[in-house]
Design a protein around this ligand. Structure first.
Ligand code: GRF
Length: 200
């Protein structure tokens, strides 16, 4: 399965996917909107092509997204994954990759969409937190969930300790979701994610 990954920063999810070395997937390129993204080094070490599409060089989101789509489509991916990609995508781009665009979000969606999920989880006093892989649709962090992982929120947790516990699970479930897709078992039908033809 040819895949393109979009990153903005550290790239630990990307690294986990590279390290999983799933024989069903081929990471054709890693594209970042920031030239300083640490994750680019993981790609280079693994011999994966990298590209920068710097959002600050474009006047509008649509202009950026057109350049981004052109960069992605050069690699003809069957799946595009957002792995810590910190830009909101236009509906046009989302529609172009409909059913083959994944994101990972550090919360048990639909809880805590958006930023600072760990802080907000701690502030709200939930006993359980986690991460979700979902199909990207037009609404931010609202696409159908493919897989979630739960972790306990412990009494002495701070943002960092909780983020770390969640991140370990992110690394596991992102590879799992990609593997299912590569096996042809995942589909987006309207607003419903299907695994082996059954709603998730
Ligand atoms: C992860 O927590 C991911 O869920 C969120 O941004 C973070 C990216 O981390 N969207 P990394 O760049 O993969 O290390």
């Amino acid at each position: 399965l040819p895949l393109v990954a979009l990153i903005s920063g550290r790239g630990s999810n990307l690294k986990a996917i590279i390290d999983a070395a799933d024989p069903l997937i081929e990471i054709r390129a890693v594209i970042s909107n920031r030239s300083q993204a640490g994750g680019l080094l993981y790609a280079q070490q693994a011999g994966i092509a990298t590209a920068i599409v710097d959002h600050s060089l474009f006047k509008t989101r649509l202009d950026f997204d057109i350049a981004l789509q052109t960069a992605i489509d050069q690699y003809q991916p069957k799946l595009v994954i957002l792995a810590g990609f910190m830009r909101i995508l236009s509906p046009e781009l989302v529609a172009h990759y409909r059913g083959r665009l994944f994101n990972i979000h550090p919360s048990l969606l639909p809880a805590f969409k958006g930023l600072h999920t760990h802080r907000r989880a701690l502030e709200s006093g939930v006993k359980e937190h986690g991460a979700s892989v979902h199909f990207v649709t037009e609404d931010l962090d609202a696409g159908p969930v493919i897989i979630q992982a739960r972790v306990p929120v412990l009494p002495d947790d701070n943002e960092d300790s909780l983020a770390y516990r969640v991140l370990q699970q992110e690394h596991r479930i992102y590879s799992q979701a990609i593997h299912w897709f590569a096996e042809g078992r995942l589909q987006l039908q309207g607003q419903v994610a299907l695994l082996d033809g059954q709603p998730i």
